[in-house]
Ligand binder design. Structure first.
Ligand code: NAD
Length: 469
């Protein structure tokens, strides 16, 4: 596609330099990513720091106007960006995948531009007058993962810029080209050095998060890396927003109509072929509807096509990388050895390509099996039987993660009561995983701390200041 080639020409490393990136589905080369070193970091942060005061002085209205203009540019290049994303990440163009992700980027920029953080009058009693305002933090380091590389980068970049900060953004080493392309589109309208891309590996991420010139880290990725970033912040006192791993539980109550909820359960678990932080990763189903729910999910799974993302018929793709493919296959093998009953899938879909693993439903497993206790981050769902709701709640809360959860019932009040007992940053009722730029999102326990989105998200990209008098 001509436009994608133009985007690639802007960002790829010169011939002979850089690191080759391959199509996740076919293994064919897409282009070479530049790789920056720790030495390049000082210069990038110095440029971002120098650009920050003028960016802050522009004010909210002008910054919002630029975010809206950037959203328009994304919409103009949407198909090229989606095409590149589909090849590099593996997610299909069609379904809730690559086009959906690019659309979310412009939607998020516009919603962030429209969100207003008003000064708060804290005390005004005739004697004391204290007002709370938010100043920019300074330079934000944004570090993103490979599963939703564009959308998550925008979640970090948009509120940072909106609040008057400048940003250096480090994409995952698995999906740098899509993010470099996105940044180059945003930089068609942003002033120089307000947003600087930093393609590179894990060591560059570590150097960025511990750098003395960084004031805030927006991090989305694994819990293990999140812990390292917390350690680094002891040195530079960078403020942190940490969106870490999840192992979301869904609880299905006895009063559901299994066929009616099956498609929403399916996408709750398998959006982006399961490579989603707040996907349904453990499904607890009441004994009285267990067999019907498993059968209804299997029926939906059979209808969903997996394959090369550029084929419009496909709505599921490969695992993005071999490391993740191995994690998923190992967890399924282990579940089989521990009595798990494979309802569908259960062995690599090698006929589709190297890193394809089919939708896999594993019934009759329980807590204590690795597929339940560990984050699979792929297309394998353990379905666990329960008979006592208190027991299901206890098991749902039994892990050290708490990003999302869901309750499925035709009785909203009953579902709401159970939702309030679940240890998770978001609990959905009769759906799972939907996010909205107006609604705060974040995890508890090992899923991290801090929230993104909405007014609360803007506050986390500012430094509170009291004006007293
Ligand atoms: P990862 O932690 O391996 O990598 C994420 C990013 O951190 C990459 O850019 C990587 O280069 C960088 N990095 C690696 N080591 C670093 C270090 N020491 N210091 C600083 N940066 C470092 O995660 P991943 O495998 O790319 O992503 C998958 C994980 O992300 C899953 O656990 C998933 O649940 C989680 N995730 C969470 C959310 C959320 O919103 N909570 C969203 C998406 C993904």
């Amino acid at each position: 596609m001509a436009d994608t080639t133009q985007l690639l020409d802007r960002i790829t490393a010169p011939a002979g330099a850089g690191r080759e990136i391959r199509d996740a589905a076919t293994g064919e080369p897409i282009g070479s990513t530049p790789e920056l070193t720790v030495e390049d970091l000082d210069a990038a942060i110095a440029r971002a720091r120098a650009a920050q005061p003028a960016w802050a002085v522009l004010g909210h209205e002008q910054r919002s106007a630029l975010l809206n203009a950037a959203a328009d540019r994304i919409d103009e290049k949407a198909e090229s960006l989606a095409n590149l994303l589909s090849r590099e990440q593996g997610k299909p163009l069609n379904g809730p995948n690559a086009r959906f992700e690019v659309g979310a980027c412009s939607a998020w920029l516009r919603a962030t531009a429209a969100t207003v953080l008003e000064p708060e009058l804290v005390v005004d009693d005739g004697q004391t007058r204290a007002e709370l305002i938010y100043r920019p933090v300074g330079v934000v380091g944004a570090i993103s993962p490979w599963n939703w590389p564009l959308m998550i980068s925008i979640w970090q970049i948009a509120p940072s810029l909106r609040m008057g900060n400048t940003v250096v953004t480090k994409p995952s080493e698995f999906t740098p080209l899509s993010v470099l392309a996105l940044v180059s589109v945003l930089n068609e309208v942003l002033p120089a050095d307000v947003l600087i891309p930093l393609p590179g590996g894990r060591e560059l991420g570590a150097a960025l998060s511990s750098h003395a010139g960084i004031d805030k880290i927006m991090f989305t990725g694994s819990t293990a890396t999140g812990r390292k970033i917390i350690e680094s912040s002891a040195q530079n006192l960078a403020r942190l927003t940490l969106e870490l791993g999840g192992n979301d539980a869904g609880i299905v109550l006895p009063d559901v109509d299994p066929k009616a909820i099956a498609e929403d359960l399916f996408w709750g678990a398998f959006i982006n072929t399961g490579q989603t932080c707040a996907a349904l990763k453990r499904l607890y189903v009441h004994d009285s509807v267990y067999d019907e729910v498993v059968a209804a999910l299997a029926e939906v799974s059979a209808r969903m096509r997996m394959g090369n993302g550029l084929d419009e018929r496909n709505v599921l793709g490969p695992l993005q990388n071999h490391q993740q493919f191995t994690i998923v296959s190992d967890l399924v093998e282990d579940a089989k050895q521990h009595g798990g009953r494979v309802v569908t899938g259960g062995a690599p879909a090698s006929e589709l390509g190297e890193n394809f693993y089919p939708i896999t439903l594993v019934a009759d497993v329980s807590d204590g099996v690795r597929l339940v206790d560990e984050e699979q981050f792929g297309p394998a769902l353990p379905i666990i039987r329960y008979s006592d709701i208190d027991d299901a709640v206890r098991r749902a809360n039994g892990l050290d993660q708490g990003l999302g959860a869901s309750v499925w019932s035709s009785d909203r009040a009953a579902a709401r009561d159970i939702a309030a007992r679940l240890q998770a940053g978001t609990v959905w009722i009769n759906s799972h995983g939907g996010v909205d730029p107006r609604i705060p999102f974040g995890g508890v326990k090992g899923s991290g701390y801090g929230v993104e989105f909405g007014v609360e998200g803007l506050k986390s990209l500012g430094v509170p200041q009291i004006i007293n008098g």
